[in-house]
Design a protein around this ligand. Structure first.
Ligand SMILES: *Cc1c(COP(=O)(O)O)cnc(C)c1O
Length: 384
């Protein structure tokens, strides 16, 4: 490098997991123990998770997608049934309905929260509707009690897709605390990560017991329990199950990650508040915010460009990328993807506006104010 070369600033990622030495040590201990598949560390992780959420039961699974699949299977949803889902979500939400042979039916979302509402759900209910998967999109809590008030009298079950929402709150309690069935994700794009991983929570102990069997091929006794008791009685396979297990190496990492959760949420909310101040004078730009009934963990800090913005969203993304800032298009819309092209076309105007004109700004625990200033300067320049 000569003196006149200005070193390029490092690229600012959109997200970065907060992992430390402690996670590495915990994983190494699990390996050294000789028990790396689902075992005592998964059990301990489930207990810590359930306490943290304030829910009676947590069942670790291989990822949130299998958690959603299992939730619909536990409800007995199947062929001939309809499952209402937002299109405005990661595609796994809609796919879960297809895994059990049911028909996903897309409902539109609220423009401010990006979530289902009683009005958008009511518009697509039919006599075949068996369940609704309500997503706490980007960590913003959906008003589940309002949805329950519409659906419970009709006998329609609610599953909460809380993939993004660990550490968010709903009416003063952690998201998932009151959920009959909720599924969380530990993918690195979310706050708490185990590489891959998920957690299905429930308020019903008998549902948890069946979920634990189903995630392990329907076995009457888990491999870990059989090993612990040293008994030779053969296990039985009570019903066709799945292999949706988490490993003890992942659970060991997850235990450490949970000790960081409060700090993660606090830092993300602090950085988001600073974004809000810095972006306040950008005309027409709207940033995702807490709804009246809860708080978001800002898993994704998305902004919506004005409809009459001088530059389109994709051009903004390109300009940000050229400035060394990695943003993402906003939340996807499943109904616009080739995987759903064979279905009747539905009109979801809010979903289409949000998915076309929004983008996700970088936000991660280790982000500095200088990083944030770079993002805001680049966005300001990109929108000119
Ligand atoms: C990430 C995500 C999922 C899938 O989670 P995995 O753990 O990767 O399977 C499902 N739903 C939503 C809303 C998500 O954001």
């Amino acid at each position: 490098m000569t003196l006149v070369d200005v070193p390029a600033l490092p690229t600012i990622p959109v997200m970065k997991p907060w992992l430390g030495e402690e996670e590495a040590e915990a994983a190494a201990e699990a390996v050294a123990s000789g028990w790396v598949a689902q075992g005592p560390r998964v059990k301990a992780f489930e207990e810590t998770f359930a306490r943290r959420i304030g829910v009676p039961e947590a069942v670790a699974v291989s990822n949130c997608t299998t958690g959603l699949h299992l939730a619909l299977h536990l409800l007995g949803v199947g062929p001939g049934d309809e499952v209402v889902v937002p299109s405005f979500s990661f595609i796994a939400t809609a796919n879960a309905a297809r895994y059990v042979g049911a028909q996903p039916v897309f409902a539109d979302v609220d423009a401010l929260t990006g979530n289902l509402t009683p009005a958008t759900v009511q518009a697509v209910l039919t006599p075949r509707t068996r369940a609704v998967v309500v997503v706490h999109q980007a960590g913003v809590p959906a008003d589940v009690p309002a949805l329950e008030a519409l659906l419970a009298p009709r006998g329609i079950a609610v599953v909460e897709d809380a993939a993004c929402a660990i550490g968010s709150t709903l009416r003063g309690r952690p998201v998932g605390a009151g959920a009959h069935l909720a599924a969380f994700s530990f993918h690195p794009r979310k706050l708490v990560t185990t590489g891959e991983g998920g957690m299905l929570t429930t308020t019903a102990p008998e549902v948890a017991a069946r979920a634990r069997r189903l995630r392990e091929h329907g076995m009457s006794v888990s491999a870990a329990d059989r090993h612990a008791t040293g008994r030779v009685a053969p296990e039985q396979y009570l019903e066709p199950g799945f292999n949706f297990r988490m490993t003890d190496v992942q659970a060991a990492i997850g235990q450490v990650q949970l000790t960081r959760l409060d700090a993660m949420v606090a830092r993300r909310r602090e950085l988001a508040a600073r974004y809000r101040e810095l972006l306040a004078d950008l005309p027409g730009l709207r940033m995702v915010a807490d709804p009246p009934w809860g708080t978001t963990n800002f898993q994704s800090c998305w902004v919506l460009l004005p409809e009459d913005a001088p530059v389109g969203r994709d051009a903004v993304l390109e300009r940000m990328s050229a400035a060394g800032i990695s943003c993402r298009r906003g939340i996807m819309a499943a109904h616009l993807e080739p995987a759903y092209a064979d279905r009747p076309r539905v009109s979801l105007p809010v979903t289409e506006r949000l998915t076309a004109d929004s983008l996700v700004l970088p936000l991660f625990h280790q982000m500095t104010e200088a990083d944030q200033d770079r993002v805001v300067d680049a966005l300001r320049a990109a929108l000119r």
